[in-house]
Design a protein around this ligand. Structure first.
Ligand SMILES: [Zn+2]
Length: 160
């Protein structure tokens, strides 16, 4: 399996978790991969999916909110000390048919992304390590993903 390590992705792309792979046709073909495209087995662990997305610089899309929030935190705080493991964005969708309505117009959803009063693009979500949480009532929240252990330590050192 191709294990290309991405230090800074040139463009944004989404990796669809197994539970949302049916949404594939709603994404521009060049912007999206499924876990099968990355040669991950259908029973791949959440941890394996997080790692695969990180290696390739993909933004993870899933409806498995609780498990992925937990897995992301675990991923960011483990691993080699001197190596960045910051993730390239996480999109958490509500479950059910509302997913299709939300993503039918990917641009419309993008236009609703804001952080601290500023517009956020999908590119920002990836490059700036953001988490987009979409709720069942269609409200959207953008927040910063925690940085990796390496960067947390570095930020502390830079402050002193
Ligand atoms: Zn980092």
């Amino acid at each position: 399996m191709g294990d290309t390590f991405v230090t800074h992705p040139l463009t944004y792309r989404f990796l669809l978790d197994e539970d949302v792979k049916g949404l594939l046709p709603l994404f521009p073909p060049k912007r999206v991969k499924t876990t099968a495209d990355l040669d991950l087995p259908t029973n791949a662990s959440d941890a394996a999916i997080v790692k695969a997305a990180w290696r390739r610089g993909f933004t993870i899309v899933t409806a498995n909110t609780r498990d992925f929030n937990r897995e992301v935190e675990a991923f960011l705080t483990t691993g080699p000390k001197r190596r960045c493991r910051c993730l390239w964005g996480l999109v958490l969708l509500p479950s059910g048919t509302i997913q299709r309505q939300l993503l039918k117009r990917l641009r419309n959803l993008e236009r609703r992304l804001q952080l601290d009063g500023k517009s956020v693009t999908w590119r920002d979500v990836q490059a700036n390590h953001y988490r987009v949480t979409v709720y069942g009532d269609r409200s959207v929240k953008v927040s910063k993903l925690p940085r990796c252990a390496y960067h947390r330590k570095k930020d502390l050192e830079d402050e002193t």
